[in-house]
Design a protein around this ligand. Structure first.
Ligand code: HEC
Length: 134
C-alpha cells in the first residue's frame, strides 16, 4: 500500500469539509434541506421575493421587496417606519447571512409580516439561496 498516495487524496477532502462546515449559513441550509423535497433554487427564491401577498386589514399588497427593494445591492426602506435598511447582498455588506440567530429571527418575523404565516423550510432555503447569490 502506498501511504503517500492515500494522504495526498485525503488532505483535499478534509480541507473541503472544513470550508463547508465553517459557514454557519450552510449549516442552517443543511438543516432546512432535511425537510425539503426540492434542491434550493435562487430562481424560486427570487419569485417568492417579488410575489405580492394581499394584506386584508390594511388593504395593501405586501412583499419582501417593499422594504428591501428588488435590488439587493441597494439600500431599502422600512415600509412603515421609513427607517433606512442596509443592503441585504453579502457582496455589499459581508456581515449579511453570517449570524444564524439573526437570520432565523428576521426570517420568522418578515415571513409572518409578508406572507401572513411562517415560511416553510423549502421557502426559507430558496430565499436564502437567492440572497446569498447577490
Ligand atoms: C416591513 C419591512 C420588511 C419586510 C417586508 C421584509 N423585511 Fe427583511 N428585514 C427588515 C428589517 C428592519 C431587518 C433588520 C434590519 C437589518 O438587518 O438591516 C430585516 C432583516 C432581514 C434579514 C437578516 C439579514 C442579515 O443576515 O443581516 C433577512 C434574511 C431578511 N430580512 C429577509 C427578508 C425576507 C426573505 C423577506 C420577505 C419574506 C423580508 N425580509 C421582508 C425589514 C423587512
Amino acid at each position: 500500500m502506498n501511504h503517500k498516495r492515500i494522504i495526498v487524496a485525503i488532505i483535499p477532502l478534509t480541507l473541503m469539509s472544513v470550508t463547508l462546515s465553517a459557514s454557519p449559513i450552510n449549516t442552517l441550509l443543511g438543516d432546512y434541506a432535511k425537510t425539503s423535497d426540492k434542491p434550493f433554487s435562487a430562481e424560486r427564491g427570487q419569485q417568492l421575493w417579488t410575489q405580492e401577498f394581499p394584506h386584508t386589514k390594511s388593504g395593501t399588497l405586501r412583499s419582501c421587496s417593499v422594504c428591501h427593494t428588488n435590488e439587493l445591492t441597494r439600500k431599502g426602506k422600512h415600509q412603515r417606519t421609513q427607517k433606512i435598511i442596509d443592503p441585504l447582498a453579502p457582496s455589499v455588506k459581508p456581515s449579511r447571512l453570517s449570524d444564524v440567530k439573526k437570520v432565523k429571527k428576521w426570517l420568522k418575523r418578515n415571513c409572518k409580516w409578508t406572507l401572513g404565516r411562517e415560511c416553510t423550510p423549502q421557502e426559507k432555503g430558496d430565499l436564502l439561496t437567492f440572497i446569498q447569490s447577490k
